[in-house]
Design a binder for this molecule. Structure first.
Ligand code: NI
Length: 162
């Protein structure tokens, strides 16, 4: 015969709800102007023209680049921010504007030496520069999520660090 269960005198205390840690993504957009020539010295002149078209013209040409930088992480409960955008603005001025704005990418940027300065190459370089800088600034879970570089209004390259 089953023993009759006696009800507990007090209901069990429910555990507190877990603290909500929403993950958000914040994007800042900046612009810079730079010149480049798409030319691979390993290719013949004819091959360069075939691959790069007008972009291989001898003295280069300019672009008004638009760069979108996306950070991701949890919201700081004290400030309500993911990250202080004034700080991000300063980092982008130091690391991107100072390095690329009004430069000739084939000649003025040591990090691009020996590379064909396509938008793809530039997006990956910008990622590498910023990822290191952003990883160093804060001990909260903030990280670089995406670099999107628009070369023209129609063409852009995204790099997500893979
Ligand atoms: Ni171009």
């Amino acid at each position: 015969m089953k023993q009759k269960k006696t009800p507990l005198s007090t209901p069990p205390v429910a555990p507190p709800p877990p603290e909500r840690m929403p993950k958000v993504y914040v994007t800042r957009t900046i612009e810079f102007n730079a010149a480049h020539r798409l030319f691979n010295p390993k290719f013949s002149e004819e091959m360069n023209t075939r691959v790069y078209g007008k972009c291989a013209n001898k003295y280069g040409h300019g672009h008004n680049y638009q760069l979108e930088i996306t950070l991701g992480g949890t919201v700081d409960p004290e400030t309500g921010y993911l990250f202080d955008l004034k700080e991000l603005k300063k980092i982008l001025e130091e690391e991107v504007t100072a390095r690329f704005d009004h430069r000739h990418l084939n000649h003025d940027v040591p990090e691009l030496e020996g590379l064909v300065p396509t938008t793809e190459t530039l997006a990956v370089l910008i990622w590498d520069i910023l990822e290191e800088r952003i990883a160093a600034i804060d001990n909260r879970e903030i990280s670089l999520q995406a670099v999107k570089l628009h070369e023209t209004g129609k063409n852009s390259v995204s790099y997500l660090g893979e």
